[in-house]
Ligand binder design. Structure first.
Ligand code: FES
Length: 169
């Protein structure tokens, strides 16, 4: 049983239409996304937060730096807010480190403030980040709690462009 000539024409027309669709979409996409060299030079990047489940972290790169984005659990937020701020090595409230109305999202530069190693998410005693190089422990707000690092993980410049999207830089 062979396809008739009519079937073939139908298939061929469908394929041509699909190719045309891709071709018109492409200039739009390339205009929306700065290319790799522009990003490396410091262009802002947009990150869609919707795929990140509660309790998960993702790592993206901005200006060549690793950026951790944590979708914090209620427990992590409560822990970060229960601490006596004055007792911290680098006193900063959790509220000051996140965007108001978006408490579940922590965005930090993933570079240890001791000697620049990359801490590991979801490790250590404070439900935050652990630096394997010399044992610095950061909490679920990215604040230094224990170990040789002198300062909290830095928060990069960013803003919410929608409820589920941020722009870093
Ligand atoms: Fe992280 Fe030393 S570089 S503890």
């Amino acid at each position: 049983d062979h396809p008739t000539r009519r079937d073939f024409l139908f298939v061929a027309t469908g394929a041509a239409a699909a190719v045309g669709g891709v071709a018109t979409l492409w200039p739009f996409i390339s205009q929306m996304n700065p290319d790799a060299s522009t990003i490396a030079a410091g262009a802002p990047i947009e990150v869609d937060l919707s795929p990140i489940a509660e309790g998960q972290d993702i790592k993206v790169f901005w200006r060549g730096k690793p950026i951790y984005i944590s979708h914090r659990t209620k427990k992590q937020i409560e822990e970060a807010r229960a601490v006596n701020v004055a007792s911290l090595p680098d006193p900063q409230s959790d509220e000051a480190r996140v965007k108001s109305g978006h408490d579940q999202w922590l965005v930090v530069i993933g570079i240890c403030t001791h000697l620049g190693c990359i801490p590991i998410a979801h490790e250590g005693n404070y439900d935050g980040f652990f630096c394997p190089c010399h044992g610095s422990q950061y909490d679920s707000s990215g604040r230094i709690r224990q170990g040789p690092a002198p300062a909290n993980l830095a928060v990069p410049p960013y803003q919410f462009v929608s409820d589920t999207k941020i722009q870093i830089g």
